[in-house]
Ligand binder design. Structure first.
Ligand SMILES: [Zn+2]
Length: 368
């Protein structure tokens, strides 16, 4: 039971006020005037004995308060006030008052998890590691870490991964974690998921100073497969995003947590947010399936490169339905008639269970 003369406790919040409680303890009779047995105590060791009596009366009064608070379902008393009072001219007593309350430890307003953006990626992998999640396990600066991963297809879902992590502080110092094994235990449907947390053994993990992380994938086991895939030979493919962390965070808010760089268009290729460099002849990123914004924005079919792109992408699809979905996702007014024709083929495809891809491509070539 916590007691205070004040009205709050540091680190706790009061969740309910129960009742004002009060306890009276009679200190003794004849303190002042009588020549009774109490008075005998006052001779010789007068003050000492008197003080002890006062002290024990106060203690009894507080114990009585605690009992009352407990009876009311409280776990603390606030506003404790102790008075000495004479009940008659002869009897001294102690009166203790307070308010019984229920308190709860205050939840820290700061989350105990911190997301450290990962700025390294490897376009040979069917996933990007978006963040290292650092979790404070206690007040003694013990931490656990997990990886937040975005897989680009079901086959890229990870079961376990061995990786090195390099943290960079705002002073550009390195903190290295070597060969950490992260496992994914929970079932997940989403392609964005986190590994389980593992303990971090590192003395000088100044979590508030860490600004970014580079993660080097060394070995990986994909979900639904026991094969251990050694990534050593793709390590030279590791790339590090050069854009400042705050700009990266802004891009991630708009375009997804796996964004590694800004898009760029060159004469023959375009670089996707996921880091992949795609040929200008494909509109959709081969790795993460994002559309090339620069091409999507152009609304004129007069561009022969665009026509070629559309045909090439259509050829890479498996069914008329996929082709139709792709064409309608381009959201171009000039393609509305084509969309209508393709929709007819999609209906035919599902009605007769006959793949209409060839017909769809013929239609596109004819109509563009
Ligand atoms: Zn991409």
């Amino acid at each position: 039971m916590l007691l205070t003369t004040g009205y709050n406790f540091d680190g706790y919040k009061i969740t309910s006020y129960l009742n004002v409680i009060s306890a009276e303890v009679v200190l003794g009779t004849g303190i002042f005037s009588s020549l009774g047995s109490q008075f005998a105590d006052l001779t010789g060791t007068r003050s000492g004995s008197y003080e002890r009596k006062l002290e024990s009366a106060k203690e009894n009064a507080l114990n009585e308060l605690k009992k009352q608070a407990e009876f009311l379902g409280g776990n603390a008393i606030i506003g404790i006030d102790i008075d000495y009072t004479t009940f008659t001219s002869d009897i001294l007593g102690v009166v203790a008052n307070g308010t019984a309350v229920v308190i709860e430890p205050e939840e820290s307003t700061v989350s105990n998890e911190k997301y450290i953006p990962v700025l390294s990626y490897n376009t040979k992998l069917p996933f990007n590691i978006c963040n290292v999640v650092l979790r404070a396990d206690d007040i003694f600066q013990n931490y656990s870490a997990a990886l937040e991963i975005k897989s680009y297809n079901d086959a890229g879902k990870i079961k376990a991964i061995i990786s090195d992590i390099e943290f960079k502080t705002i002073f550009n110092e390195n903190i290295n974690l070597k060969e950490y094994i992260f496992a994914v235990n929970q079932k997940y449907d989403d392609l964005l998921y986190s590994t389980d947390f593992i303990k971090v053994s590192c003395d000088q993990l100044r979590i508030d100073l860490i600004q970014k992380a580079y993660v080097k994938v060394k070995k990986v086991i994909y979900s639904g497969d026991e094969t251990i895939i050694d990534m050593e030979d793709t390590i030279e493919q590791n790339q590090i995003s050069q854009i400042p962390v705050n700009q990266l965070e802004a891009l991630r808010q708009n375009y997804g947590r796996d964004v590694m760089c800004n898009t760029q268009v060159t004469e023959y290729s375009w670089i996707c947010y996921c880091g992949m460099e795609n040929s200008r002849r494909v509109i959709e990123c081969e790795r993460c399936h994002r559309k090339d914004n620069s091409i999507k924005k152009s609304t004129s079919l007069g561009d022969s490169v665009l026509k070629g792109n559309i045909i090439d992408t259509a050829i890479s699809k498996k069914t008329a339905r996929e082709i139709y979905e792709y064409v309608s996702s381009l959201d171009m007014k000039e393609l509305e008639d084509l969309e209508y024709e393709l929709k007819t083929l999609v209906r035919k495809e599902s009605l007769f269970e006959e793949n209409q891809k060839e017909e769809a491509i013929e239609t596109i070539v004819r109509m563009l």
